[in-house]
Design a protein around this ligand. Structure first.
Ligand SMILES: Nc1ncnc2c1ncn2[C@@H]1O[C@H](COP(=O)(O)OP(=O)(O)O)[C@@H](O)[C@H]1O
Ligand SMILES: [Mg+2]
Length: 218
């Protein structure tokens, strides 16, 4: 999801796991279907929805806990594991999938806040995938990271998209064209266009998209 700052990308993303429910004055109209079921329907359990639709934020926000406990948190509260051995396995495999295992395996008991920004963001990704969501929402996950840490997250996204649906907001058109299969363009709180990424960048359907891609505003 791309578009000028303030055009509603984060707001839209937060509709996808009902994060806006807690924002007073926020009105959500319409339907959002996950596997055909409207997540704004009466039967939706918010806790279950959020376990299916995980989220990674703009600034890495690890809990003030150990590296291990950060990743173990979700499986513990959702009761996904019966034994310490199972939990150890989930923690290790999540950290491996997040490309962080080798860097942290010898300091699992140390505070997560001691990691670098890029490592913290990969830890947040490990924390999200530990509960095996179907969809992962990422709101400008690289905006607080340097180019090397950003490249690592992009590599990771390329791997993770084999197993999860990823919805990512980015202010970088280059990043959108590198990591995504489909691109959505937002303008003044509206979704203007969503199409295959190649088309959006080479032959967009809407004039507003063309102006933005062409650098005429934003
Ligand atoms: N569809 C909308 N209708 C009304 N207000 C909106 C809408 N989309 C966004 N906003 C408001 O506009 C502001 C910027 O939105 P935000 O989602 O943070 O933009 P972005 O992430 O693209 O920078 C916020 O105050 C948000 O509440
Ligand atoms: Mg935003």
């Amino acid at each position: 999801m791309i578009g000028p700052s303030g055009c509603g990308k984060s707001t839209f993303l937060r509709c996808l796991n009902r994060m806006n429910d807690t924002v007073s004055g926020c009105i959500v109209r319409g339907k959002i279907a996950l596997d055909g079921t409207n997540i704004y329907g009466d039967k939706t359990e918010i806790v279950e929805l959020r376990s299916r639709v995980g989220m990674v934020f703009q600034r890495p926000n690890p809990f003030p806990k150990s590296i291990y406990d950060n990743v173990a948190y979700g499986p513990r509260i959702h009761g996904l594991v019966d034994s310490r051995t199972d939990l150890d396995e989930v923690v290790e495999s999540s950290l491996r999938k997040a490309g962080l295992w080798e860097e942290v395996k010898d300091r699992m008991d140390q505070p997560a806040t001691g990691l670098s920004g890029g490592q913290q963001q990969r830890l947040c990704i490990a924390r999200t995938i530990a509960i095996t969501p179907e969809v992962i929402l990422m709101d400008e996950p690289c905006s607080a990271l340097d180019p090397i840490a950003t490249a690592k997250i992009e590599e990771l996204i390329a791997e993770l998209k084999e197993s999860f649906s990823i919805v990512i907001v980015t202010h970088s058109m280059q990043q959108a064209s590198r990591v995504s299969d489909r691109t959505a363009y937002f303008h003044l709180g509206r979704l203007v266009e969503v199409n295959p990424t190649k088309q959006v960048f080479e032959d967009p359907e809407h004039r507003l998209t063309r102006d933005y891609i062409g650098g005429r505003f934003g």
